[in-house]
Write a protein that binds this ligand. Structure first.
Ligand SMILES: NC(=O)c1ccc[n+]([C@@H]2O[C@H](COP(=O)([O-])OP(=O)(O)OC[C@H]3O[C@@H](n4cnc5c(N)ncnc54)[C@H](O)[C@@H]3O)[C@@H](O)[C@H]2O)c1
Length: 114
């Protein structure tokens, strides 16, 4: 069985991607920061509760891949967030979190997942 990692798995598009991959017999590691959203996914998915803004997120995802057979066949960097409003009014911390989710996490997962 092939293994897929889907980030933002609990969201609108992520959950649809998870359902499609499950229907194609993938083992789906569903990564999200939203525990209730992960519970709503098909029971065949493996919930991986991780916050992509936290320094430990790669360890959490890597541990899940290790437990699932040590190899990721498909990575879907789907998680994303937008900080609404004019840039000049935006809290720099929020901009940083946005960049971590939208840019840093996809790059790190692409490089690190076996
Ligand atoms: N819906 C659209 O029309 C549209 C259009 C263009 C691009 N996109 C992009 O597609 C992707 C999915 O969109 P969507 O509409 O399903 O969004 P969504 O808001 O429904 O889902 C995003 C998911 O990412 C998760 N997430 C956010 N921050 C996280 C973090 N720090 N750690 C882990 N998970 C986190 C959320 O919990 C959520 O489940 C996003 O990257 C979005 O920017 C969406």
């Amino acid at each position: 069985m092939k293994t897929a990692v889907v980030t933002g798995a609990a969201g609108a598009i992520g959950s649809a991607i998870c359902c499609r991959l499950v229907s194609r017999d993938y083992r789906v590691l569903a990564v999200d920061v939203d525990p209730e959203g992960l519970q709503r996914l098909p029971e065949q998915t493996v919930p991986v509760l991780a916050d992509l803004t936290r320094p430990d997120f790669t360890d959490v995802v890597l541990a899940a891949v290790e437990a699932a057979g040590r190899h990721c066949d498909v990575l879907v960097n789907n998680a994303g967030m937008v900080v609404p409003g004019p840039l000049e009014d935006t809290d720099p911390e929020a901009i940083h979190r946005e960049q971590l989710v939208n840019l840093y996490a996809p790059m790190v997962l692409t490089c690190r997942l076996p």
